[in-house]
Design a protein around this ligand. Sequence first.
Ligand code: BG6
Length: 487
Amino acid sequence: MSESTTVVIFGASGDLTKRKLVPALYNLYLKKRLPEKLNVVGISRTVFSHEEWRSRMREGVEEFSENTFDEKAWNTFADQLWYTPGNADQLPDLKEILAFLSEKEEKNANRLYYLSVAPDLYIPIVQNLGQLDMAREKEGKVWRRIVIEKPFGTDLKSAQDLNAEVQSVFREEQVYRIDHYLGKETAQNIMFLRFANAIFEPIWNRNYVDSVQITALEQVDVGHRGAYYDTSGVLRDMFQNHLLQIMALIAMEPPASMEPDALRNEKTKVLSAVRPIDPFDTICAQYNGYRKTKGVAKDSHTPTYAALKLNIDNWRWQGVPFYLRSGKALNRKVTEITVVFRQPPHMMFGNQNGGNFTPNVLSICVQPDEGIHLSFEAKVPDSPRQTRSVDMEFHYADAFSEYVIPEAYERLLLDALIGDPSLFTRSDGIEVSWKLMDPVIQVWESAEAPELATYKPGSWGPDESDELLADDGRTWRLGCLDDEVIG
Ligand code: BG6
């Protein structure tokens, strides 16, 4: 295989390129993980010189890279950065871009195309890449791959159409649909927690698990993304992709190997086993003041918060509800997976704690303060039979203090460069999750939609979200945060 590689970023003037993609490439460069002969070519409509684009990228690296800035390393890295303006959705422009690539790269260089553009440009760009034969590989010599950012479609139909268009130009093996949650170190660790240990898997089922909660709360509001967000809403923005992908990792059967398709088969299988979501098992809400955001309709019904109950119809999970919640403008940023265990079969200690049973809870802290907490009952010293919950904690910051947790994009870009699609979503995985979310979104977007709940910015979300669990005799839990924080 050719040693020489070009990363072609479409949408190079955008935020993602500056905040995530180039800092990730720079960090990979520092770690000497990039191909030796590499070019990174930025493309977008804005006219920049190479130097102007490099200096924008430098700002991004200085501000967003988790490693301290190294002037010397930056200078050698930046020598590989190029910029050429153009509308890749216009064939004549793409021809010029192709000419530029051919001039900069060695003959037979590999290419990773990265679509970081507005989603309505995905199809025209892919079609143009096809027209100019830019997806063609030379077996064993040269590869071509394409990374496609989210949102991958806005519903099942548009995702199917996009898949069909992409697959008419690229083989499925060449396509890397990115979901950055899968690149988070703590999300990758779910598989290791479950399958590199003997103690969890035997209890990871309906016999021992009462319920599972997946929480992704954000403190930020929609900020300057009002126009995009108002057409998307939290169900498309967070549930169809990130939350369902995390749920699949928690709920799937053990893959037989680390082969990309072994893992992706299991994820698709478990998502296919999710019972169609009952709209009565969903709540949607909007934070007060959202409608005043620039780009947002004055009478917008777009939810900025949602909570859902899902059921998985298979042997492992029958009867175990999975509760998912996510929203913006909340009290703090926290992403956590909480596995709540059942009551012991026989409580021989009598009526301790006023008869209130406290379940064991395993909390996987995805971010921030990455780690795992296990809360269990211990006898209160000097009491006859009183118990209290205590916490066994693992924090990455302590256990792996010599490492800086890398940004998700670093792992994912490297995997795309080395050709490992395990952490990327396959076409069937995308479609099955749209199939689940579509009916819920349709209900909430219809004229008969239930009234949106509201919540105060800075709060923990709407009361209706608590009621969803209270109706089942449960409460939301956040084992990764101190009790005082939750209040
Ligand atoms: C993105 C969503 O995919 O994920 C954003 O479009 C959201 O709205 C972001 O803020 C959250 O990602 P993270 O990594 O900050 O949890």
